[in-house]
Design a protein around this ligand. Structure first.
Ligand code: SAH
Ligand code: SF4
Length: 361
């Protein structure tokens, strides 16, 4: 099945309505189609018995509901599952399921590679190939759902896999709408998290459009250090980023914004760094997730040791800032935060990469 045909998987309900209107079909067809896909797991138009013959023929000839299957599934001893999904252009993206007592979180990718180029991230090291289309984002959830079966429910979805979700804004928004739709995956907005390195203009738009939960990759308390660790900071410095976060929280009535802080030994983990963080976040609707650095081949960073992470955390806690240390999951299958590398044919070769970076920074 060609996936370049009109792939209806990537269309939110409003666009499905337009599509059916455009072919002079009743608009209840949009809901019917979504029921087949999301409630019944049927992707073959021929099996959609409440569609008449002509409609099924039309859909067969002009549309698809295709998604790439996973060509490898890895199971961690802690219950984490990772799927490697190969695209038709031979790129491989990764999707991870993290089971916990009261929830099941799916971590999905939004791009093949990433241009932001944070030096401590395996995806960044791979370079960048392209954005994923909405049907490829939705496809990851369908692959996971089919593979996990009915017992292991996906209750939360986080855009924390490969890529910078806000650099692929239109496709990510479409997929959020499908995730959120009662006829789609029916996952409430607060159970969908977008993690971003801090694309401020898109962050403002996100707050106006969908208001999902927000995680910000902060990783440094000063612009000088953040310019190095999260290079998009050169374009959107910490002050602008935080202003956008507080506005987002106010508009969307969010109790807290989560700030991710990967603990890098001797780089961002001193007591002074902790105190700087307090100065930035005290009294704000903020929660901090300290993430032990997860290593990967060819990287020069090391993780701060557990005892020092605890001391860092205590400084934040004593100042009244909610702080947790994120448990590392799925390390034995290279599925932990920042370890997803997939297989990316880097198109951002030197000149293009420089050009794109200039636009961004
Ligand atoms: N691009 C988005 C989402 C993907 S990464 C973003 O940067 O927010 C999810 C989180 O893992 C981010 O906070 C990211 O900075 C962090 N991370 C990246 N590499 C890591 C590593 N090697 N160890 C621990 N955390 C890492
Ligand atoms: Fe991209 Fe996020 Fe990795 Fe930075 S941490 S390179 S933004 S995926």
């Amino acid at each position: 099945m060609s996936q370049t045909q009109n792939n209806l998987l990537g269309l939110p309900q409003s666009e499905l309505l337009e599509f059916f209107e455009g072919i002079e079909e009743k608009n209840y067809r949009a809901k019917q189609l979504m029921q087949w896909i999301y409630a019944k797991g049927v992707y073959d138009f021929n099996l959609m018995t409440n569609f008449n013959f002509n409609l099924r023929e039309y859909l067969n000839e002009n549309c698809t509901l295709g998604f790439d299957d996973s060509n490898r599934t890895d199971f961690s001893k802690d219950g984490t599952v990772k799927w490697l999904i190969e695209k038709q252009d031979q790129q491989i993206i990764e999707t991870v399921f993290i089971p916990e007592e009261s929830r099941g979180t799916l971590c999905i990718s939004s791009q093949i590679g990433c241009l932001i180029d944070c030096p401590f991230c395996a995806t960044g090291h791979q370079g960048f190939n392209r954005n994923l289309k909405a049907h490829e984002i939705i496809g990851q959830i369908l692959v996971a759902k089919e593979s996990l079966g009915p017992e292991k429910r996906i209750t939360n979805v986080v855009f924390m896999g490969m890529g910078e979700p806000l650099a692929n804004y239109p496709e990510v928004i479409k997929s959020i709408k499908i995730l959120n739709d009662p006829q789609g995956f029916n996952i409430s907005r607060r159970r969908i998290t977008v993690s971003t390195s801090g694309l401020v203009p898109q962050l403002h738009k996100l707050g106006d459009e969908v208001g999902v939960a927000l995680a910000i990759s902060l990783h440094a308390p000063t612009n000088k250090l953040r310019d190095e660790l999260v290079p998009i900071n050169r374009k959107h410095p910490i002050e602008d980023l935080l202003d956008a976060c507080w506005l987002y929280a106010r508009k969307q009535n969010l109790k807290t914004v989560t700030f991710e802080y990967t603990m890098l030994k001797g780089v961002n983990d001193s007591k002074e760094d902790a105190r700087e963080l307090v100065r930035l976040l005290r009294g704000k609707p903020a929660k901090i997730n300290l993430i032990p650095f997860n290593t990967f081949p060819g990287v020069k960073f090391e993780s701060t040791e557990a005892k020092k992470i605890n001391e860092f955390r205590n400084i934040l806690l004593e100042s009244g800032i909610m702080t947790i240390t994120r448990k590392t999951r799925g390390e034995d299958i290279q599925a932990a935060c920042g370890q997803l590398s997939g297989s990316v044919r880097n198109l951002a070769k030197k000149t293009l990469r420089e050009k794109l970076k200039k636009q961004m920074h």
